[in-house]
Write a protein that binds this ligand. Structure first.
Ligand code: AMP
Length: 309
């Protein structure tokens, strides 16, 4: 099934306890589309960059089967730039710089060939632009998944609430779920957020896994305990790419299948953090992925044995 991905395509500068990068390629849509390309070969990208953005990365996406007709390249303008620094626990980070540049007045143009997509992934982006994308689609996709972050809650809460009312699934991290709902308990937060629109909610908890909520149902997927976490940037986007990529591949949006999708998303995210930026996501294959899924299965499988006392 065809998947439309919208989101930032960017430069990032990242600092972790293990090292520091200059500007490297990042952006929500870069991670999402690369990751989703392992599940479906029908990935279409809508985004914007300046003419400072490397063509090699765009070719890279194309080699992965990602269609970039919808990626606008603005002459004489600069790409979105984000810089972040991780704390020693690698689970939390501070945003140091956000330069919107081309994202500031981004008008998302949807090529005709992208219309009628069955799956839409709204990666982290100005909520107003996310909303415009939904409005510009001639038929509503079967499933709309949206990601967002605290930055937009701080500067565009009204737009964010409007966009939330138009989507099916929201993915955010625990801190953002608390900020959005004003509730400390994630269970209470999930109730409030579902009332805002999305009938499915995924709360990402970094190395502590992810929770999928739907009405009164909850599913938990762990994150794979890794010896080395090099750079968590993009883990959330990679998770989202795996989640929606798997749903687009299987074309089944039942809660039961969403549980599988959460496991696939978690497995893909576990690769992402092993290297800086998108590096680890470029050369995966089915074999490596299915081995990791097996590790996940073992991690959570147990038999309760009766003891005679
Ligand atoms: P994640 O680590 O999954 O939360 O995503 C990190 C990616 O989000 C980075 O590659 C950034 O370029 C991108 N990003 C950070 N802030 C924003 C923002 N305000 N809007 C859109 N993308 C952003």
């Amino acid at each position: 099934m065809s998947l439309l991905v919208v989101g930032s395509v960017a430069f990032d500068a990242i600092e972790t306890p293990f090292g520091k990068t200059d500007k490297i390629v990042g952006g929500a849509a870069s991670y999402i589309s690369l990751c989703a390309s392992y599940f479906t070969k029908n990935v279409n990208l809508v985004g914007v960059v300046g003419d400072d953005f490397p063509h090699e990365f765009i070719s890279h996406l194309n080699n992965h089967g990602v269609d970039t007709e919808g990626l606008q390249i603005k002459k004489g303008e600069k790409s979105f730039f984000w810089s972040g620094k991780y704390h020693t626990d690698m689970n939390s980070r501070d945003t140091l710089i956000t330069e919107l540049n081309v994202l500031g007045d981004f008008d998302p143009i949807i090529p005709d060939s992208y219309q009628n997509c069955q799956y839409l992934m709204l990666g982290n982006l100005t909520p107003k632009v996310q909303q415009t994308v939904i409005e510009r689609l001639t038929t509503r996709p079967k499933l709309i998944v949206m990601d967002t972050m605290n930055f937009w809650m701080e500067i565009a809460m009204d737009d964010l609430k409007k966009t939330l009312s138009m989507v099916d699934v929201l993915t955010i991290n625990d801190e953002e779920a608390r900020q959005l709902s004003g509730e400390y308990s994630l269970v209470k937060a999930a109730v409030k957020i579902q009332e805002m629109g999305p009938k499915y909610l995924i709360i990402k908890k970094g190395e502590n896994g992810a929770l999928l909520f739907h009405g009164k149902e909850v599913f938990f997927a762990p994150a794979l305990p890794l010896e080395e976490v090099f750079d968590p940037t993009g883990a959330g986007d990679t998770f989202a790419g795996g989640f929606i990529g798997y749903l687009a591949k299987t074309d089944d949006i039942s809660f039961e299948n969403m549980k599988n999708a959460v496991i696939y998303g978690s497995a893909m995210a576990s690769f992402c953090v092993e290297k800086f930026g998108t590096e680890r996501l470029v050369d995966l294959n089915e074999n490596v992925l299915s081995q990791r899924i097996e590790v996940f299965k073992k991690l959570v499988h147990f038999n309760l044995t009766e003891t005679n006392s």
